[in-house]
Design a protein around this ligand. Structure first.
Ligand SMILES: NC(=O)c1ccc[n+]([C@@H]2O[C@H](COP(=O)([O-])OP(=O)(O)OC[C@H]3O[C@@H](n4cnc5c(N)ncnc54)[C@H](OP(=O)(O)O)[C@@H]3O)[C@@H](O)[C@H]2O)c1
Length: 208
C-alpha cells in the first residue's frame, strides 16, 4: 500500500484515484480551487481518501500523479515536489493551453518541459494515452488475455519500475518506451495514441 498524491482531480485524476483505491492504495486529492471543492469526491471515495493542497499532496506522497492542463504547469509546487516521482499524465492541447512552438516543432515534449520546471523531481510520462473513461472501463487483472498496455517514458529506471508496478495495480501492463524524450513520439501523442488499444507485445513491437 502506498500513498498516491494527486495534483489534478478532474476526469483523469479521479479515474486513476478510483483504480488506485481499488488496489488498496491511499489517495490524497488536490486541485486549484481548494479542499472544500473536493469534499464530495473524497467522501464518495471513503476513508482511504482525503483532500489537500497540491503542496501537501506532493509532500506526503510516495508517488505523485499529475493530471492538470499543460498550460497550468507554471503553478506547480516546485519545492514540495522535490525528491518526488511524478507520473505525468498531462497533454498539450493548443486550443486550451496556448501555442508552444518548441512542442509543435518536435523540439521538446510536455514531460521534458516539466522536468525543466521540476529539476529536483523524477518525471515519468504515462497514462496520457488512455482516455479517462477507459482507465475505468479497460482495466483488467494481471495475466488477463489481451490486457491493455500503456507506454511509459523516463530517464530513471527505478522510477519507471515503480510507475510500472503502479500501472499494473491500476489494471494495465506498462511498456517501457525509453527515455523521457521518447515522449515526443507518436505513441504519446494524444491525437494518434488513443486507438486501437494495444497489448504489451504489440505495443513493444510498435515502439521498435
Ligand atoms: N480527459 C481525458 O480523457 C484525458 C486523457 C489523458 C490525458 N489527459 C490530460 O490529462 C490532464 C487532465 O485532464 P482532465 O481531463 O482530467 O482535466 P479536467 O477534468 O479538466 O481536470 C483538471 C484538473 O486539474 C486541476 N488543476 C488545474 N490547475 C491546477 C493547479 N495549478 N494545481 C492543481 N490542480 C490544478 C483542476 O482543478 P480545478 O477544477 O480546481 O481548477 C482539475 O481538478 C490534461 O493535461 C489532459 O489533456 C486527459
Amino acid at each position: 500500500m502506498a500513498v498516491i498524491g494527486f495534483i489534478g482531480s478532474g476526469l483523469v485524476g479521479s479515474a486513476v484515484a478510483r483504480r488506485a483505491l481499488a488496489a488498496g492504495h491511499q489517495v490524497v486529492m488536490s486541485n486549484s480551487r481548494g479542499t472544500r471543492s473536493l469534499a464530495r469526491l473524497v467522501r464518495e471515495f471513503g476513508p482511504a481518501a482525503r483532500a489537500a493542497t497540491p503542496g501537501e499532496a506532493a509532500t506526503v506522497a510516495d508517488l505523485v500523479v499529475l493530471a492538470i492542463p499543460y498550460g497550468k504547469f507554471p503553478r506547480l509546487p516546485r519545492d514540495e515536489l522535490t525528491g518526488r516521482i511524478v507520473l505525468d499524465a498531462c497533454n498539450y492541447l493548443p486550443y486550451r493551453d496556448g501555442r508552444d512552438r518548441a512542442i509543435d516543432e518536435g523540439r521538446t515534449s510536455t514531460a521534458e518541459v516539466l522536468a525543466q520546471r521540476l529539476p529536483y523531481s523524477t518525471i515519468v510520462k504515462g497514462l496520457n494515452t488512455i482516455a479517462a473513461g477507459q482507465i475505468l472501463a479497460d482495466a483488467t487483472p494481471p495475466g488477463t488475455p489481451n490486457r491493455r498496455a500503456i507506454p511509459i517514458a523516463g530517464d530513471d529506471i527505478i522510477a519507471k519500475q515503480i510507475v510500472a508496478r503502479f500501472i499494473d495495480d491500476l489494471g494495465f501492463d506498462a511498456v517501457d518506451a525509453g527515455p523521457l524524450s521518447g515522449g515526443r513520439g507518436p505513441h504519446f501523442d494524444p491525437r494518434t495514441a488513443w486507438q486501437p488499444p494495444l497489448t504489451a507485445p504489440a505495443l513493444a513491437a510498435a515502439l521498435t
